[in-house]
Design a protein around this ligand. Structure first.
Ligand code: CP
Length: 333
């Protein structure tokens, strides 16, 4: 297909998605059809992952990151540059913006939305971010808010899974972490997977179980969601040997006196290379592993990096085109 006809197709899909001017605060702000249409658009945009298609000329994206980030901020900024748009960024607003002078988040969003056509924000406090969002005159994308949700991480991981298998329905996915209370990517991903018909298993400590709000939503989708608590490293590896994918949302480990005890618990959710290798050889079946990154030492065997199971670096490339698709849809390009 020539570029001009590809651009026509891109614009037609953007219209079909019908998400112009909408904010993405939760993965549930998108319908299943919209998610699949975004996948289609992401695939069409993949050829421009490393070049530029001038669809967003004259539009400005603001990235406001109140917490550190490598992937989310840089891939959104890359996506906007690849679409030919411009970016204004605050990577440390508590130091370098007037938030340091106690300007409220609501005022900041009112002001920044006068400059930017779209805002991508990461914030440490989900309640504060959710209350301030309506003050923005431009659509807002949640780039990770508190412990609540990180919907575009889920979108890119779902897209990676879709590009790997060509489907999501029926896949068996284990979302595993020593702490699923604070796993905002896990919350968004589990809901996205369940909605698209995957069989989801949540493996964690009973004391750090997935929040009830998320479990209630998972229940409402009518998909079978299984919870596995307090596994040992042996039983965890036995569990994942039956999966199509292991999803590691990571977790923030405590510092100080609790650090050693937590490390022992984390060790129970360690993905062994031998587990994946055995299934590959005995059953000729690949168990894919993805981690939202950044990862910590002791979460998985690093030999997985060079195996066919590794999806976490593949996801980085996919993140640009799916975020290009999302920006194009929100801006109605
Ligand atoms: N996965 C993710 O959100 O990474 P960053 O914290 O680097 O953005």
């Amino acid at each position: 297909m020539e570029n001009s006809s590809k651009i026509k197709t891109i614009r037609a899909i953007v219209r079909e998605i019908n998400f112009e001017g909408c904010s993405l605060l939760s993965i549930n702000d998108l319908t299943n059809d919209q998610i699949y249409q975004l996948f289609e658009l992401g695939k069409l945009l993949e050829p421009w992952n490393r070049s530029r298609i001038d669809l967003a000329t004259g539009s400005v994206m603001s990235t406001l990151f109140f917490q550190p980030s490598t992937r989310t901020r840089m891939s959104f900024e890359t996506a906007m540059h690849r679409l030919g748009g411009d970016v204004i960024s605050e990577a440390n607003p508590l130091v370098t913006s007037s938030a340091a002078k106690e300007e409220s988040l609501a005022d900041m969003l009112r002001v920044v939305s006068k400059y930017a056509n779209i805002i991508v924000m990461r914030h440490f406090n989900a309640e504060e971010a959710r209350s301030a969002a309506p003050y923005s005159e431009s659509p807002i994308v949640n780039g990770g808010w508190g412990h609540w949700e990180h919907p575009t991480q889920a979108l890119l991981d779902l897209y990676t899974l879709y590009r790997t298998y060509g489907k999501i329905e029926g896949l068996k996915v284990c979302v595993a972490s020593a702490d699923l209370i604070e796993a905002r990517t896990g919350h968004s991903m589990a809901q996205g997977l369940a909605r698209l018909g995957a069989k989801v298993t949540l493996a964690t400590q009973k004391s750090r179980r997935t929040p009830q709000e998320v479990l209630d939503k998972l229940g409402a989708y009518g998909t079978r969601v299984q919870e596995e608590f307090d596994l040992t490293q042996d039983s965890f590896n036995e569990l994942i040997s039956d999966m199509d994918m292991v999803y590691l949302p990571g977790c923030s480990a405590p510092k100080g006196p609790e650090a050693e005890a937590f490390k022992k618990v984390m060790d129970n959710y360690y993905v062994r290379y031998e587990t994946l290798d055995k299934v590959q050889h005995d059953e000729n079946r690949t168990i894919f592993v993805t981690h939202t990154l950044p990862r910590r030492a002791g979460e998985m065997d690093l030999r997985i990096d060079n195996s066919s199971s590794q999806l976490y670096f593949e996801a980085i490339a996919y993140s640009v085109s799916i975020r290009m698709a999302l920006i194009a849809s929100i801006l109605g390009l």
